[in-house]
Design a binder for this molecule. Structure first.
Ligand code: NAP
Length: 309
């Protein structure tokens, strides 16, 4: 027994992140009798819990709320014996055979580690954004939408998230200004069709936010039209930012990442470090979806089982 094992119990698999990738991996690992610990800094379910309705996961013909999906995943992983610990990971040492994970609640040891920490919302870095965060600036329509009943809000971004969440917000608000930096939206055509036929949403194409204005809360948004360099001021009670995601990798060193910081793995979810895997949105990949995250998690667990045997 190594000195580490004599001080601490050693898990077969430590999973960083309790989103769809991490919890699916936990289900597969536990069913193969791996002693499995899942570390999570926030809520089980990951980003999907901030989504009102998950409509494209197979097997749920009526859709399912993101929060309920997260709860069900946690329940399923626990049913097979996964240990879940709500502790933020601060540092990892992954080179040795026994890997060390340091959290605010102490140190954990594992024979394999799966990094499934997902992504966080990207910010714009414009004046007023930091000051008014939580004072009208939000990254979660599901959480904050009901506070903006009969108000006017802006949604920034042109991807699936921006358009989907703008459509969700129309339940509450009177008017939405959707601000996108290009002529064409990135969102899938079916979402675009719904958006363009919704009278509450006004599309501001080729526009970027220069500043969020307001003292105690958001009051206005200064926008530049890139096509003609004109500046306009939009009255606003709030702003929802959906300008993409950045990977949660600050604490991970010594693993190959792409230029945006996403972890590079092979198709088996292996990183270049033996016994270290990555799965879900944190990976460099083409399609970031709950379904593909879950599939990554299953593969990572299978490879972990193979590695340990
Ligand atoms: P995304 O697809 O990366 O879109 C981000 C949007 O923000 C893009 O329109 C981008 O503009 C814009 N943007 C990026 N940086 C900006 C900046 N500095 N200033 C202004 N605008 C900026 O991100 P997402 O919409 O969050 O989606 C992430 C992933 O989740 C995607 O794979 C998406 O398909 C998936 N998703 C799927 C669903 C669904 O299936 N129902 C729902 C939500 C998300 P450009 O277009 O000019 O690059």
């Amino acid at each position: 027994m190594s000195s580490l094992e004599s001080q601490n119990e050693t898990y077969d698999m430590i999973i960083l992140g309790a989103g769809p990738a991490g919890l699916t991996a936990a289900i597969y690992a536990c069913r193969a009798n791996l002693k499995t610990l899942v570390l999570e800094s926030m809520l089980s379910g990951g980003e999907i819990t901030a989504t009102d309705q998950l409509d494209n996961y197979p097997g749920f013909p009526e859709g399912i709320s993101g929060a309920e999906f997260g709860e069900r995943l946690e329940k399923q992983a626990k049913r097979f014996g996964a240990e879940l610990n709500f502790a933020a990971v601060e540092k990892v040492e992954l080179e040795a055979e026994i890997k060390r994970v340091f959290t605010a609640q102490g140190e954990f040891h594992g024979r394999t580690v799966l990094i499934a920490t997902g992504t966080a919302p990207r910010t714009l870095g414009v004046p007023g954004e930091e000051k008014l965060r939580g004072r009208g600036i939000s990254f979660c329509a599901t959480c904050d939408g009901p506070f903006f009943r009969e108000k006017r809000v802006a949604v920034i971004g042109g991807g699936d998230s921006a358009v989907e969440e703008a459509l969700y917000l129309t339940r509450f608000v009177d008017k939405i200004d959707l601000i996108h930096r290009r002529e064409n939206l990135r969102a899938i055509p079916s979402l675009q069709e719904k958006m363009f036929s919704n009278p509450k949403i006004e599309f501001h194409k080729n526009c970027v936010v220069k500043e969020f204005g307001g003292e105690q809360k958001v009051e206005k948004i200064i926008v530049e039209n890139l096509a003609d360099s004109s500046i306009k001021e939009l009255p606003a009670d709030g702003a929802f930012l959906y300008v993409g995601r950045i990977p949660n990798v600050e604490f991970i060193e010594g693993i190959e990442k792409d230029a945006q910081g996403f972890i590079i793995t092979n198709e088996e979810m292996e990183t270049a470090l033996p016994g270290v895997f990555a799965a879900g949105d944190i990976r460099r990949k083409y399609l970031r979806q709950v379904l593909t995250a879950a599939a990554d998690g299953a593969i990572a667990a299978a490879m972990s089982i193979k590695y340990l045997s």
